[in-house]
Design a protein around this ligand. Structure first.
Ligand code: FAD
Ligand code: NDP
Length: 341
């Protein structure tokens, strides 16, 4: 919807400039382009809410379509028994959003003002211009797994190195092979345990002499004979034959002794960074930096501002859980907007 600003004085230079300053207003704006954003878009457009979706332009270092565009086969999204590539799955979701009338804008939102209604938005290319206004926002900007950028990582990324055991653990290159997980938190313990289904043995490389993980998770690791914990150990380099990873250069930080560890898989579990910079300080966050939502909903501390997908989920971080929360956000936003009318 386009709104014209205040009455203009005729024939003045000022007025001719003002004529060009048209304020753009969206009823509901979705920021993001992963499964959460597109599911919200599909629901809202089918409900004739005319959503506008900013899909980003390499926002947060990831192409429009989100994290799934950085991986190969998706085998665990229901409805695709034959599996399909992450990029194809996201392209199909985008087509579905467009089919029902979502207005998709290929720009990155760089600034948001939630202090008054309507909310204000700026994109990378109009930061010094009149902001776009909107009655409701669904933030679905996702998160990104932290990577270590070891020497060799660029060669073996997704060819032995991954940041998601649940996503990639079942692929054939890891079957009955020694694997390593880096990290000392709950994710590292959970991923190591999960990987024992596939690998012959699992090393956990912990940089300190103790875990950060909860005691219960540590006990489970200790009881599992297929998991070997290497404390005070850091990885220095990922090595292989140029096609697949088969070795890690590691160092004991107490003794400074270096070794080669034979592993065919390396899984980072050193934390994730939710993409929340654009709303920092304006909405409540969890201790971990993820957006805080009311349990079982997408409601945040700011009425009219909803969060969906990985940006508010430090725990599950899956395509299907993101899609589910995108649906919840669309229904919450629709209810909120109806109550405003
Ligand atoms: P994301 O997919 O994170 O997408 C958010 C996108 O929003 C960003 O990428 C960016 O393009 C856009 N954006 C960010 N900031 C802005 C901004 N300011 N303005 C505009 N746009 C913005 N899950 C599974 O279920 N199965 C798998 O097999 C699987 N494999 C994976 C493999 C890898 C390598 C990775 C990294 C993840 C994998 N996952 C998998 C997890 C899954 O990708 C995520 O849980 C899911 O994509 C999260 O969806 P989302 O909608 O929250 O956001
Ligand atoms: P955490 O931030 O808790 O832990 C990250 C771990 O990675 C730490 O041990 C940290 O080491 C280590 N680390 C960070 N950077 C590096 C690096 N460059 N090199 C080597 N090691 C590094 O993240 P998690 O993802 O494990 O957990 C996030 C949240 O999710 C937590 O609140 C956790 O409890 C929760 N969670 C709960 C689960 C459950 O209850 N089942 C499962 C998974 C997560 P250091 O300790 O030295 O800083």
């Amino acid at each position: 919807m386009i709104r014209h600003i205040a009455p203009l004085r005729k024939h003045s230079l000022e007025s001719s400039i003002r004529v060009q300053l048209r304020m753009v207003h969206h009823k509901v704006t979705i920021i993001g382009s992963g499964p959460a954003a597109h599911t919200a878009a599909i629901y809202l457009s089918r409900a004739e809410m005319k959503p506008t979706l900013y899909e980003g332009m390499m926002a947060n270092g990831i192409a429009a379509g989100g994290q799934l565009t950085t991986t190969t086969e998706i085998e665990n999204f229901p409805g695709f028994p034959e599996a399909l590539s992450g990029s194809e799955l996201m392209e199909r979701m985008r087509q579905q959003s467009v089919k029902f009338g979502t207005n998709i804008i290929t720009e990155t939102i760089s600034k948001i003002d939630l202090s008054s209604k309507p909310f204000k938005l700026w994109t990378e290319f109009n930061e010094d211009k009149v902001p776009v206004t909107t009655d409701a926002i669904i933030l679905a900007t996702g998160a990104s797994a932290k990577r270590m950028h070891l020497p060799g990582e660029e060669i073996y990324w997704q060819k032995g190195i991954s940041a998601c055991a649940v996503c990639d653990g079942a692929v054939p290159i890891f079957r009955n092979k020694p694997l390593a997980v880096i990290g000392g938190g709950d994710s590292a313990c959970e991923e190591a345990e999960f990987l024992t289904k596939y690998g012959s043995k699992i090393y956990i490389l912990v940089r300190k002499n103790h875990f950060r993980a909860s005691v219960i998770m540590q006990r489970r690791i200790e009881k599992n004979a297929n998991i070997i914990v290497l404390f005070n150990t850091v990885a220095l380099e990922a090595k292989g034959d140029g096609k697949l990873l088969d070795m890690l250069r590691i160092k004991n930080t107490k003794t400074d002794v270096e070794n080669d560890l034979e592993v065919n898989g390396l899984f980072y579990a050193i934390g994730h960074t939710p993409a929340t910079d654009i709303v920092k300080g304006q909405v409540d966050e969890q201790e971990t930096g993820y957006i805080k939502t009311v349990s079982g909903s997408s409601l945040t501390s700011v009425p009219g501002f909803f969060a969906a997908g990985d940006v508010q989920d430090s725990r599950y971080r899956q395509a299907v859980t993101s899609a589910g929360s995108g649906c919840i956000a669309a229904l919450d936003a629709e209810r909120y907007l109806s109550a405003q009318e």
